[in-house]
Design a protein around this ligand. Structure first.
Ligand SMILES: NC(=O)c1ccc[n+]([C@@H]2O[C@H](COP(=O)([O-])OP(=O)(O)OC[C@H]3O[C@@H](n4cnc5c(N)ncnc54)[C@H](OP(=O)(O)O)[C@@H]3O)[C@@H](O)[C@H]2O)c1
Length: 211
């Protein structure tokens, strides 16, 4: 599958690298090929391709958005029409002062992303854990896979993203439409507080047990 990345820092680079190693064609959307973040991503995995933002998104079937939340509008505006009909995997989180919800719990960040890119199919995923779990998510001491919760309005887009999640070694858990994104964003805040404030290891994820 052809996958473009807008943003390849802590979150985007390990996901891009992992997907490339799985055999996908992964293209970094870059205004400046010589920028430090492009060079760091290429140093991590020389198999990543680089193209201008419009070229990268136009070539891709799936686009990952992994930018600081405040940069989302500018990043999406830069690729504009190219997002029409594409699956947009929103990895971003609105985090406000004191680890509060950045949009005052009134609207999720992903619903805002959907408004910014109305013709794309937004699926929120890869947001509920820290970046430390995105290139290597193996927890070999347990007999279950860690779960990755995801949501989005378009069922076919959720299926595609669920397949990518499974390929990356997670138990994909489809939690429904984009109205669930606000709840995922609160799970993110919970994880951040547990790990970054309360001292849990960042190598801590959740699993789903069913009977
Ligand atoms: N950190 C985590 O553990 C974690 C976990 C899950 C989700 N998230 C969410 O994931 C998102 C990215 O976090 P991160 O920690 O990966 O951030 P980061 O390391 O700062 O990386 C951000 C990336 O976005 C790019 N970028 C910044 N402004 C841009 C713009 N206007 N247009 C295009 N690209 C732009 C940066 O490129 P340059 O370096 O060239 O500016 C960089 O590649 C955030 O929304 C965060 O809330 C973070």
């Amino acid at each position: 599958m052809k996958i473009a990345f807008i943003g390849y820092g802590n979150v985007g680079a390990p996901l891009a690298s992992h997907l490339q190693r799985l055999g996908h064609e992964v293209i970094l959307a870059a205004n400046d090929v010589s920028s430090e973040s492009v060079q760091r991503a290429l140093a991590r995995n020389g198999g990543l391709r680089v193209a201008t933002p419009k070229e990268a998104v136009s070539a891709a079937e799936v686009v990952f958005l992994a930018t600081p939340f405040q940069a989302n509008a500018a990043a999406l505006q830069a690729v504009g029409e190219e997002l029409k009909g594409k699956i947009l995997v929103d990895c971003t989180n609105p985090v406000g002062p004191g680890l509060s919800h950045g949009l005052n719990n009134e609207q999720s960040g992903s619903e805002m992303v959907q408004k910014l890119a109305p013709e794309s199919k937004v699926v929120k995923a890869f947001t509920i854990y820290g970046f430390e779990n995105f290139e290597n998510n193996a927890y070999p001491a347990y007999n279950v896979k860690p779960m990755m919760l995801y949501c989005g309005q378009d069922a076919a887009a959720r299926t595609t993203v669920g397949e990518l999640i499974a390929q990356l070694g997670w138990e994909p858990v489809d939690v429904g439409g984009l109205e669930q994104a606000l709840h995922l964003e609160h799970m993110t805040l919970l994880w951040i507080r547990m790990v970054r404030v309360n001292g849990y290891s960042p190598h801590m994820v959740w699993a789903m047990l069913k009977r």
